[in-house]
Write a protein of this length. Structure first.
Lengths: 104, 149
């Protein structure tokens, strides 16, 4: 009688296209590793599979801030960080906090 | 008109305070759905028009791959107050399987347990896109929504 064997989740090696940070994940489903990128002043950026050529870009918010609490980077409001690979694009989009005005 | 700001639905606040609906930010399932710029969200709409799939939210949803219709469930939700600030927050929200999306301008956060009632909407500030990849919504350090009283 054969005994069931648990297969270990596959190992994924990641690297940042902007800084020298590397990591390893063991997760069976599709996923993308994120990290606070040192080269981007701590902004969260997607990592790419080790050995993948990629371009990392920070995009400024395209509209007025108004009263929204937005993510700032080097004094400017940031909309997203995108990573462009040969096969596609990943993005971390920074959502502002929703608020209501309460007057005293 | 189009997206212009990030707001909490007034109907949500009223329905909580008046116990009109059993909205429970602690334990309900909440979802975040992506929308394009063809809609003009308003914080003052009645409850019926704040629901996912109703009012302006009846069209303009962006779906593909892991970002399926109805959006993604929020994980690790927290509902807390400190000093005079109430904060609703969650872990970053991202698709598992690859998605191709364009013109993602904003997010509707709604209560999937209690009639899909809208809680708030968050304007992402412009056209966001991914191609065969992951679109992660990183919620602001001050939360998905915050009430300062």
């Amino acid at each position: 009688m054969t005994r069931p064997v648990l297969l270990a989740p596959p190992e994924h090696r990641w690297e940042c296209a902007r800084c020298d940070f590397t990591d390893v994940t063991r997760q069976s489903g599709p996923h993308t590793r994120m990290h606070p990128c040192r080269a981007l002043g701590g902004l969260t950026a997607p990592m790419v599979p080790a050995g993948t050529r990629a371009k990392v870009e920070v995009h400024e918010r395209e509209d007025y801030i108004g009263r929204d609490l937005v993510q700032m980077h080097e004094g400017r409001p940031v909309m997203n960080v995108t990573v462009t690979r040969d096969e596609g694009t990943d993005a971390v989009v920074f959502a502002p906090t929703a608020t209501n005005l309460v007057r005293e | 008109m189009a997206w212009s700001n990030s707001k909490i639905f007034m109907a949500f606040i009223e329905d909580c305070l008046e116990n009109t609906a059993a909205l429970d930010l602690n334990s309900d399932t909440h979802k975040a759905a992506l929308f394009d710029n063809t809609i003009t969200p308003s914080q003052t709409v009645a409850t019926a028009s704040s629901l996912y799939g109703a009012g302006v939210w009846a069209s303009g949803e962006k779906t593909n791959g892991g970002w399926s219709a109805g959006g993604l469930a929020l994980g690790s939700v927290t509902s807390t107050f400190s000093s005079n600030v109430y904060t609703f927050d969650a872990a970053d929200t991202a698709n598992g399987s690859a998605a191709t999306l364009t013109d993602v301008y904003g997010v509707l956060v709604y209560d999937d347990t209690t009639g899909d009632q809208g809680i708030c909407y968050n304007y992402l500030g412009g056209a966001n896109a991914v191609t065969a990849g992951t679109l992660t919504i990183q919620w602001h350090a001050s939360g998905i929504f915050a009430l300062t009283l």
